[in-house]
Design a binder for this molecule. Structure first.
Ligand code: C2E
Ligand code: CA
Ligand code: CA
Ligand code: CA
Length: 276
């Protein structure tokens, strides 16, 4: 029908093929990397503005494959979610995070470790139990571990009651939940009410726009006040400049995370920072 579009359709399908084969390649190599424990975990500090101390770190997956090169989390995670390999990534990250949290605890550092979870991991009915089993195996106290969930997660958790049940089970055991990318979804306020969340993480897009827009300033100030009034901790993420820190301080922000403090780094580099 579309004579003139012939070329376009051809090139589109070539592009689609390329994307498909890259996806298949990533899936294949990822499975291998998981089996060989070839993924790495980097940690990004969270800095408490009152105590001027690093009080927590966020664990972020890093993968450099010898064939493909670096695959960023933004490409890796959606593919892993689609293929189900996210469950393997999740348990790898949890193992590593618990072991690292224990090493830091034994070294005398008082540090919580946050891990990111996808909703698909919580569809596994044994999720809560296997998290608690891992903690027990490593001997890691539950209150050292926090789980970051996004609003997409929250949206789905709402309609699948056993996901919420698993969250409550973990909460009762002492694990904290962080609502990540706060403010970017539709139901931010609802989820604070129905899910066992104790920390809000203001999305970096707000922090990024802070100095450019007075409206954003009011929004961020409002989010911080809301958090306070609900007894939630509030973390601002993606903080890059001293000017942003200054504004966030005047709005009563307690904890910041971002390149201004440090990019995600190795455990050894975290220790160097803790010793300073
Ligand atoms: P996220 O959870 O929102 O993590 C924050 C992202 O922002 C990280 O990107 C971090 O490196 C980056 N970032 C931190 N500070 C700054 C800053 O000051 N400026 C800018 N421009 N960026 C900053 P990363 O490591 O590439 O991860 C991207 C996303 O991938 C994460 O977003 C998270 O949703 C997902 N992800 C990463 N690791 C895991 C994982 O182990 N499991 C799951 N399920 N998701 C993960
Ligand atoms: Ca996160
Ligand atoms: Ca985030
Ligand atoms: Ca994000």
């Amino acid at each position: 029908i579309r004579e003139a579009g012939g070329d376009k359709i051809m090139s589109l399908s070539t592009a689609t093929h390329k994307a498909l084969s890259r996806k298949a390649l990533i899936e294949k190599r990822l499975l291998q990397a998981l089996n060989q424990k070839d993924l790495k975990v980097f940690y990004q500090p969270q800095f408490d503005l009152h105590s001027s101390k690093i009080t927590a770190v966020e664990a972020l997956v890093r993968w450099e494959d010898e064939e493909i090169g670096i695959v960023t989390p933004d490409e890796l995670i959606p593919i892993a979610e689609e293929t189900g390999l996210i469950n393997n990534i999740g348990s790898f990250m949890l193992d590593k995070a618990c072991e690292q949290a224990m090493l830091w605890k034994k070294a005398g550092f008082d540090l919580k470790v946050s891990i990111n979870a996808s909703v698909r991991e919580f569809r596994d009915k044994n999720m809560a139990k296997s998290i608690l089993d891992t903690l027990a195996k490593v001997g890691c106290p539950a209150n050292l571990i926090q789980i970051e969930i996004t609003e997409k997660f929250a949206l789905e958790a709402e309609s699948e009651t056993f996901i919420t049940q698993q969250m409550r089970k973990l909460e009762n055991a002492g694990i904290g939940f962080v609502l990540d990318d706060f403010g970017t979804g539709y139901g931010s306020f609802k989820y604070i009410q129905i899910l066992p969340i104790d920390t809000l993480k203001i999305d970096q897009t707000f922090v990024n726009a802070l100095l450019k827009s007075e409206k954003t300033q009011k929004l961020v100030h409002g989010m911080l006040q809301l958090g306070k009034s609900m007894d939630l901790k509030v973390v601002a993420e993606g903080v890059e400049t001293a000017e942003q820190v200054q504004l966030l301080k005047t709005y009563g922000c307690d904890i910041i995370q971002g390149f201004y403090i440090s990019k995600p780094v190795t455990p050894a580099e975290i220790e160097t920072m803790l010793q300073q």
